[in-house]
Ligand binder design. Structure first.
Ligand code: SF4
Length: 313
């Protein structure tokens, strides 16, 4: 079920229709322009698990599909930017004769791939690309970029190490913290993207479009800021390479998720989203629009809510 209420800046929510029709807003004027409110209040009706659902737990998918929930215009700002980028890129795709925002389906699922273009670097085959407008934190994770901190000795003008002159560490070398930006494949975390792109690949290959290469194109939405640079994200656009997974692994992931959601729709019960799906509980506390209903379920079933004891954003 799409969101039915919208959260006003004063913390009180009211029906989206009233907000859009300007009947019932208690504030002097709307908290955002009408086109923005229309854009952010649109949610696709649930019609089954899609490739982009990778990394979402069955409980979250099931609750959002069945219960009314409240959206906060602030929290959807970046999604609005992402939607706009996707729309403009799709327009340009038409100009350059590539497949953009193509709706794909088979007997198991349906989804919309962002971009399929001929592989200009090969004699045949295609390149499959998905656009991501995420924060630098996510982009760094997908690229395996991380910060290593270490203490280094402070040296004087003559190159001699400076010693502490007082305190309990008197006589020891004075140090400062150095931050090193590093990259390691061991730090790459992009499984949700890998599953999503591979699912699109399967759709295309079933329809006679062999895929040579898959990648996401990430535009860090906070690119150029102090915090993004501190995380090692120095550019405003990155390709994220996506490896090929065996078809059965991808199809089995999505059919298991679909079965779990079906079970929820039938019984109202699903497992709690796991560590990967909840981003270690951080998503529950800070980013899940259905968190209050999930908390109620946890209370009723005597379960620990994964967002407990997490740090608010
Ligand atoms: S609050 Fe957490 S566990 Fe609950 S539905 Fe949302 S993401 Fe899943």
């Amino acid at each position: 079920m799409p969101a039915t209420t919208i959260m006003c800046p004063d913390g009180v929510s009211h029906p989206i229709e009233k907000c859009l029709a300007n009947k019932g807003c208690r504030l002097y004027e709307r908290c955002a322009p009408l086109p923005y409110l229309r854009l952010i209040s649109f949610d696709r009706k649930f019609r089954g698990v899609t490739p982009s659902a990778s990394g979402n737990g069955p409980l979250m998918i099931g609750l959002k599909a069945t219960l009314p929930y409240t959206i906060d215009p602030d929290n959807r700002a970046f999604a609005a930017l992402g939607t706009t980028v996707h729309g403009r890129m799709a327009d340009k795709g038409l100009t350059f004769n590539v497949l953009s925002e193509e709706t794909l389906s088979d007997d198991q699922s349906r989804g919309i791939a962002d971009l399929l273009e001929k592989d200009e670097y090969a004699e045949s085959g295609y390149l499959l690309t998905d656009y991501k407008t995420s924060g630098s934190f996510a982009v760094a994770k997908w690229l395996g970029i991380f910060v290593e901190k270490r203490d280094v000795p402070i040296k004087d003008d003559k190159g001699q190490e400076v010693l502490l002159k007082s305190g309990k560490n008197k006589g020891k070398v004075k140090t400062k913290q150095e931050r090193l930006i590093k990259q390691s494949d061991d730090h790459i975390k992009k499984h949700e993207i890998v599953l999503q792109l591979n699912r699109y690949r399967i759709f295309f290959e079933k329809n006679g479009f062999p895929i040579n290469k898959m990648r996401a194109y990430a535009i860090p939405r906070d690119g150029g800021t102090y915090i993004a640079k501190n995380r090692g994200i120095l550019r405003n656009g990155y390709f994220i390479p996506v490896p090929r997974l065996p078809d059965n692994e991808v199809l089995s992931y999505y059919s298991t998720l679909q079965n779990e959601v079906d079970e929820f729709l039938k019984t109202g019960k699903a497992r709690l989203c796991n560590e990967w799906e909840t981003w270690g509980g951080n998503r529950c506390l800070n980013y899940c629009e259905i968190a209050e209903d999930c908390k109620d379920i946890c209370r009723e079933d005597g379960l620990k809510w994964p967002g407990d004891n997490k740090v608010p954003k």
